[in-house]
Design a protein around this ligand. Sequence first.
Ligand code: F6P
Length: 363
Amino acid sequence: MCPCALVPLCPCAPVPLCPCAHLSVFFNTFELLNSHFMKRIENIGVFTSGGDSPGMNAAIRAVVRTGIWEGFDMYGIYRGYEGMIDGQIEPLYSHSVSNIIQRGGTILKTARSKRFMTPEGRQQAFGNLEKHKINALVAIGGNGTFTGAAEFTKEYEIPFIGLPGTIDNDLYGTDYTIGFDTAINNVIEAADKIRDTATSHDRLFFIQVMGRDSGYIALWSGVACGAEFILVPETKTYIDNLTRLVKHDIRKNKTSGIVIVAEGDDAGNAESIAAQVKERMPELETRVTILGHIQRGGSPSAWDRMLASILGYASIKALKEGQQGVMVGLINKQIVYTPFEEAIKNRKGIILDLLEMSRVLAL
Ligand code: F6P
């Protein structure tokens, strides 16, 4: 049995069967044998894909430098899967990743590739990897990146490791994703400023934050900026309920407030929610701010640099151990490997108790 006691380990499985990916002593031995017979890794390609996130550069730096330290030749693939298909591939050296740990965005550029979703696109991409003798990959990205990776590894035998890089923090198999911490700090910096003007004018501000269909950014930034209300896709939003609570706050002498709205909320976007509340309370002065891509930019926080460094280093160690087709994450301060299929199919829920807590603390 796997130490987590969820599923038995099978000697013929090339990856752990349990999503928790705990490795037994037996399994380690098996992997050593496995890696012995495995094709030797020569050149490793690294790329970023999907929406950029602060800390991706720190991760690239860690992957490249650890790879070189371990004796591999490292290659950068530009613009994610798009660049793999178009052959935008260049060698990377230790100095190529100097002075980037503090920079937001990604020096390797990024893209969302529709062509990689086709067998023809993937075949062309594999051909380009072969040209450079790249026989292992490290991708830094989110759900879409790992969906592509899962397809690719079904068709082509290539060790492929993923690192969780997205501001949304929506990936199963890791407590935090690279970029989330910086993004929520960007949100609270803006929300604190909005609080000044909201208080001065006695207004209720609706601030829309990113997160696609996850409420992580909204919940964490909402708690951290003391928002009166936090609306997330994980719970149903009732406008009548929200209006009742706003009235309650006014009765308790609150003259202004902040509502953080996750972009995926079921009641609509911040503009539409503000309009629905205003319809019920015409006397209320409301304003809407959509933070948008400002959340994704800027120098990564200390935590994002740290996480990117730890996971980038671990990705090369994982390749050396013979891991393939897994995302490397950090859970309870432990490195955890989650097969791509598991990372894609499972959903990481938010801690709903925090919603209730935020309301109590904002009263
Ligand atoms: O996944 C990261 C993210 O920033 C989401 O929060 C957001 O919904 C999406 O990307 C925006 O994508 P784009 O930059 O392509 O508009």
